[in-house]
Design a protein around this ligand. Sequence first.
Ligand SMILES: Cc1cc2nc3c(=O)[nH]c(=O)nc-3n(C[C@H](O)[C@H](O)[C@H](O)COP(=O)(O)O)c2cc1C
Length: 367
Amino acid sequence: MKTLFDPTHIGTLPLKNRLWRSATWMNMADDKGHLTDRLEATYLALARGGVGTIITGYAFVLEEEQPNPGMLGIYEDSFIPEYQAFTKKIHAEGANIIMQIVYGGSFTNFQPENRLIWGPSAVPHPLTQVVPTEMTKENIHTVITALARAAGRVKASGFDGVQLHGAHTYLFSQFLSPYFNRREDEYGGSIENRCKIVCDTVEAIRKEVGPDYGVFIKMHCSDEWEEKGLNEEESLYVAKELEKRGISGIEFSGGNLDITAHPNTGPGRSGILKAEKQSYFAEKTAKIARHLTVPVISVGGHRSPEKLTHILNTTQIGYFSMARPLLSEPDLINQWQQGNLKNPRCVACGKCQDIHGNGCILDRKPA
Ligand SMILES: Cc1cc2nc3c(=O)[nH]c(=O)nc-3n(C[C@H](O)[C@H](O)[C@H](O)COP(=O)(O)O)c2cc1C
């Protein structure tokens, strides 16, 4: 029987357990995207808390393209020395650390009026109402190159891998979705075309980092948006194409961010205290994972170690990542490992975001 605490490998990367911290923007980096003492302390607490592999919050790869404040940056080589010192400290605590990189696009409320925002097509984002400028092929090339260069910096910084953000209606997720992507060129229309930018980026990253480095993606098992969104068959197609291009592992999230029309169907849902409401993308992810050979990480509402152990032993899902529970209790994994198989303190209230730095509302000091 497999357990959550089995040591495994992905390629040459050893993992001390099957539990990951899913990428979580902390809103604690400085104005230019540099680490702060508080942000570093947050990551060190996670590393000490037992999680095997930490994925950083999404990092921006072009200086002028920052979808949220307080994000980490990786847009120039000057970041490398500070991240080298940082990754050494995390490794000394026994955890792996992977950096998530992103081109954001129209899922932003951060000074959209002052910035040029690109998208596959000029379709308003249903949540932010920001209308992006339709990208030319040259713009697409610029983004691919920026992501590949950033991946090279991630490797030079001592991270154990890089993860492309292909979920949650950021740029790549928009290219994959028929709602956002109305293009009629080779980047739009069929799923073969809609995934071209993602496939080209993975190829460019592989060239930059070589064959053995960890290159991961977070993408949707389904947008859960009828014909407007990426569906499970299409998601499987994309995953297979990425396998051919040497992706090291795929983290499947999902959900619909048109939250006015479809409330509580997004990636981070509330009302999941009962076990049957938890792990809400695991069934769809398991259907896709059956057809894949690369390791699959599942994210979204994981809360019960018993339920995760069951999923682990009855599907091809090999790893589980969590965001909100580890914001609330960075040492949750140590507690589970010590036999305290309690439910997390996190009740998925959805109040993690704070202009002074994200974290659990239960720990917030009164203003
Ligand atoms: C405060 C906050 C910040 C997040 N930042 C990111 C991010 O930078 N990149 C990402 O892929 N997902 C991000 N997410 C989504 C989580 O990684 C995860 O997919 C979602 O919260 C569901 O998992 P959970 O039920 O374990 O929280 C964020 C979620 C929260 C609550």
